[in-house]
Design a protein around this ligand. Structure first.
Ligand SMILES: NC(=O)c1ccc[n+]([C@@H]2O[C@H](COP(=O)([O-])OP(=O)(O)OC[C@H]3O[C@@H](n4cnc5c(N)ncnc54)[C@H](O)[C@@H]3O)[C@@H](O)[C@H]2O)c1
Length: 258
């Protein structure tokens, strides 16, 4: 896919993987729109790489619709939307898998699932009317596997992947490109709050952004910057009980080491 001269919007662009996606899009000649609930952070990234910025909470449906309409009116048609913003809500009691409260679950769903849904509800009809567009959702290896220490993260990332699959099944043949970026550990602020299991081959955000654009260029749906994740997913599908027993062992060893 060619992005030179085209508009690429990135959510969660103030830091981490989103900032790297924004820089990688700019390096490919795109006009970049940095979006983040941290408006000053998005502004700083836009100033640094050359681009536009808006403050946006991706969990707010009305705000997403308003900002996307503004970008389309003031800057031009969005060719690629990198729906990257996400949050990690940890289980507050690491010894109790049910310890996250409903507010924590709601926060995780609002960002990690509905952030994709709100944007796609605006963009997919637009792209259908003009014959194409691309949606890259940042999910996680947790969307294929699990997240030790966070019930809400694993569940919302599985839901996000299911939503992206649903979009691809229905609209890939309409010229709409859908991709799911599923890294394991990436060296960002979020990783500091994640479980040690996420530290299996930590990548720099820039490497993940390059893998994302390579995956888009290759027309892949599932983009795995850590190739070992494909093998883990295969083992999980082949023998779920053995995989769960292995994860339980890993969790115990992490708890013992914590
Ligand atoms: N870091 C990792 O190890 C890792 C691994 C797999 C997947 N991911 C996923 O990658 C994405 C980016 O994570 P990161 O590691 O760069 O995290 P990060 O915490 O460094 O950055 C996340 C950015 O998203 C923004 N954000 C959070 N909630 C938002 C909201 N409601 N609206 C708009 N912006 C919001 C934050 O302000 C921040 O700038 C997330 O979806 C995360 O789940 C991260």
């Amino acid at each position: 896919m060619e992005f030179s001269g085209r508009i690429v919007a990135v959510t969660g662009a103030a830091r981490g993987i989103g900032r790297a996606l924004a820089a990688a899009a700019r390096a490919r000649g795109a006009t970049v729109v940095a979006l983040d609930r941290d408006g000053a952070g998005a502004q700083a990234v836009a100033a640094e790489i050359g681009g536009h910025a808006y403050a946006l909470d991706v969990g707010d449906a009305a705000a997403v619709a308003a900002i996307l309409a503004r970008i389309e009116a003031e800057i031009g048609p969005i060719a690629l939307y990198c729906s990257n913003a996400g949050i990690l809500e940890r289980d507050p009691d690491p010894d109790l898998a049910t310890s996250a409260d409903p507010e924590s679950w709601a926060r995780a769903f609002a960002v990690n699932v509905m952030g994709h849904v709100h944007a796609a509800r605006v963009l997919v009809p637009l792209w259908l009317s003009r014959g194409g567009g691309a949606f890259l959702g940042t999910v996680s290896a947790a969307g294929l596997l699990s997240q030790i220490g966070s019930a809400a993260y694993g569940a919302t990332k599985h839901a996000a992947l299911a939503f992206l699959e649903h979009l691809a099944i229905a609209h890939a043949e309409d010229g709409i490109r859908i991709a799911a970026l599923c890294p394991q550990g990436v060296d960002t602020a979020m990783l500091g709050a994640a479980s040690a299991a996420s530290r299996d081959g930590v990548l720099a955000p820039e490497a993940v952004a390059e893998a994302a654009f390579d995956g888009l260029a290759a027309g892949r749906f599932l983009i795995l910057p850590h190739p070992q994740v494909a093998e883990y997913a295969r083992r999980r599908a082949e023998n779920p009980e053995r995989w769960l027993a292995g994860m339980a062992r890993l969790r115990r060893s992490m708890m013992a080491g914590a």
